[in-house]
Design a protein. Sequence first.
Length: 508
Amino acid sequence: MGMAQEKAHLPPVTPAPPLIVPNHLAPFVDPLPLPEIAKPIVAGRRGSAARYRIPIREFYAKVHRDLPPTRFWGYGNSVPGPTLDVRSGEEIVVEWPNHLPAKHFLPIDHNLMGAERHLPESRAVVHVHGAKVPPESDGYPEDWYAPGQSRNYHYPNNQNAALLWYHDHAMGINRLNILAGMAGLYIVRDDHEDGLNLPKGEFEIPLVLMDRMITTGGQLYYPISQIKDMPWVAEYFGNATLINGKLLPFATVQPRKYRFRVLNGSNARFYFLLLSNGLRWLQIGTDQGLLPSPVEVDRLRLAPGERADVIIDFSHARGQKIEIENLQTPLMQLQVSDSVVSDSSSLPSQLRPVPKLAEASAARTRRLSLIEIDNTVGEPMTHLLDGKRWHDPITEKPVLGSTEIWEFLNTTDDSHPIHLHLVRFQILDRRPIDVDDLVYYNKVTYVGDVVAPSPSEAGWKDTVIVTPGSSTRIIAKFEGYAGRYVWHCHILEHEDNEMMRPYEVVPG
Ligand code: C2O
Ligand code: CU
Ligand code: CU
């Protein structure tokens, strides 16, 4: 499958300042940091939710031993921010005060929707990706607030154990805010998962992947196009990948089973993760929780926004040094100790049933195209969902409690990771289509076989890779809350430039 990667047709960019050469940096000298677990400011008691307070602010942090500290805008004082670790069924309240400086340090494009010049530059709003929350706590892109302001958001956590993540969602500058560091993990746990006795505590390690362009001065760089007063570029690709905020970190592990919770928090990069000694990942979960049973994968593919829950068993790798690589590029090193240890954790062959949503239960199918609009020299200017822009009237209005099939028809040459807020869904299938028939005659012609989702995608998802020239179908039950949400491409440059639409769950 063709994946969005560096493309020949990216707009020309103005010369970048000198950037670091990652393979000239001393590798594996910094220990892998683990984001701290957020502590409530008021503990939860029966009938009252735990309260947290996580400020959005500027700080400096070292991404590598040999680089000066990097300026970030993020949550608390680290990138990723503090991890919210919560129980299913127990509501929490988080206050997210905006303490950012007034001026943005990355290039805002005022031509983009919702990014007009008169608006405060350092607006922010927090969304928990994958959380089932009422609309007023979902971080609607237009619900941003300026420095000096704050919001209390309620998270009911009525959902299965899963790795979610929180990140900025401010209209028109989302790509810049997340790039600046506004992202963190949100882990939901439940009794079912506890009962499986998976590796936990120090044997459960989060890995947050974010690629960045980093200057020789250690600073984040975001390129601009060569079009005057239109700095937007179609996709951001870094020259280095931060893992939990470090370049080329190492972690020492024991020769036993570990659970890794992996998030692709990059703007546009897809990862294909390998273990250098040929060891395989045992994938046990995806975006919205556990798979029915573990799946062996040798290349772990993650689009922006996607998560993978994996087990690695190091018991036969005593004393080895294993690199996690993205294709050929090393990202970090796992140093397996020589000690003899006991491992009482398990990896059950049955994890959690994922009952199939029946196609026959769908009230309707929506056909939604993905199109790219190019400028006169063939560079992408914008991408649209079903030919509509953000400010066009809402057209997707599923009834609360109903099930729908959404069929994405991708006429572009890129994969787009499409994400829906509020709901979890299942991938039904993918099938090649005749792109010309759709573009010129508005006709859907299938030109190949139906392809089932891969076993590692065959669980509950909230983000789906819609492959080029394909129909990709998902099925979702619109449960939880009525109100206004959004669906969008999770390539953040696309999302900020019209590849996002509101949708509304209407009461039945
Ligand atoms: Cu990861 Cu609209 O979000
Ligand atoms: Cu989301
Ligand atoms: Cu896209």
